[in-house]
Design a protein around this ligand. Structure first.
Ligand SMILES: C[S@@+](CC[C@H](N)C(=O)[O-])C[C@H]1O[C@@H](n2cnc3c(N)ncnc32)[C@H](O)[C@@H]1O
Length: 286
């Protein structure tokens, strides 16, 4: 089962906003099955039913589910839980979203700590009848690695549009994704002063172009915000504003127009000198 659009959906539209049925700490020292079982004992009977109706994989094949309800609960949790700040939680509507890699996913979820909710936004235009797909992992890695991970972690062999590409096109996609990762890595060295402002902006533009070719639009808000940071550090008002505007647009799509990230970009657009990085690097040194 997955979720299918019942109407046309525009990018940046809120699809889901929900509180967790329950959460558990990310780091635990006790038995995970007992922890999930005791958490379930504290939810309402209807929430418990909702949880028990979620799908699961990785149930030990030698066990009978009816005799091992704690193990079933653990398998459900492992198949459906997502990170929520310092905890991991069950969000039953979001849990119905299937996965797509690279250009195949069209919806992105994020946790809002200050509101205690998980939100899902449409990253792309989704037509009526199309499946809503999110991504369970960073898919900027080659098909073989993605498939291995998804099979081990979630028990399925991914047949999304990108994983189903003929081998030549799949290799081209892998090359683009690898190149994006390499360039992200090099871009991150600006923080240590290893590359100039010009090189940082050039890398940002190259990652953007590769993403365009691949159809990989996720993380663009963060990418543009990082470029705005570089421009602000070098006190370049025009470049800072141009990147902050892009960051605001893409954060709004992926995280929502009312997200802290989009609001922060609005604020630096109004007052560029209020940017946290403003003037922290020499303005003459590229
Ligand atoms: C969080 S659940 C998603 C909703 C689930 N399909 C359901 O029926 O409730 C994760 C499970 O969905 C299935 N799934 C998700 N994405 C898939 C995909 N692209 N291809 C095949 N199965 C997928 C796998 O069985 C995976 O373990």
């Amino acid at each position: 089962m997955g979720l299918v659009a019942l109407r046309d959906i525009e990018p940046g539209q809120l699809l889901i906003r929900e509180k967790p049925l329950f959460t558990v700490p990310s780091q635990i020292s006790s038995s995970p099955a007992s922890l999930i079982w005791s958490s379930l004992a504290r939810v309402t009977p209807s929430d418990r039913d909702t949880f028990l109706n979620l799908s699961y994989v990785h149930f030990p094949s030698h066990l009978n589910p009816e005799d091992h309800p704690e193990e079933v609960a653990l398998a459900i949790f492992q198949t459906n839980a997502v990170s929520a700040g310092d905890t991991v939680g069950i969000f039953p509507r979001m849990a119905r979203l299937n996965h797509g890699c690279s250009s195949a996913f069209n919806a992105v979820y994020s946790w809002r700590e200050s509101e205690g909710v998980l939100v899902v936004y449409a990253l792309k235009e989704i037509r009526k009848g199309e499946e809503l797909l999110t991504t369970y992992t960073d898919t900027k890695r080659p098909r073989r690695h993605r498939r291995e991970y998804l099979s081990t972690q979630y028990g399925f062999s991914c047949t999304c549009a990108v994983c189903s590409l003929p081998s030549q096109q799949s290799r081209a996609s892998d090359r683009r994704l690898n190149a994006m990762v390499d360039k992200y890595q090099r871009l991150s060295t600006w923080a240590q002063g290893s590359i100039s402002k010009d090189e940082a902006i050039k890398l940002t533009n190259e990652i953007w172009a590769l993403g365009e070719e691949e159809g990989y639009w996720s993380e663009r808000g963060r990418l543009a915000a990082d470029a705005a940071w570089v421009a602000a550090a070098h006190s370049d008002v025009d470049a800072m504003k141009a990147w902050a505007l892009r960051a605001k647009t893409w954060y709004s799509r992926e995280l929502g127009g009312d997200s802290e990230q989009a609001k922060e970009m609005e604020s630096v657009l109004e007052r560029p000198q209020s940017h946290r990085a403003w003037g922290t690097r020499s303005s003459t040194k590229n």
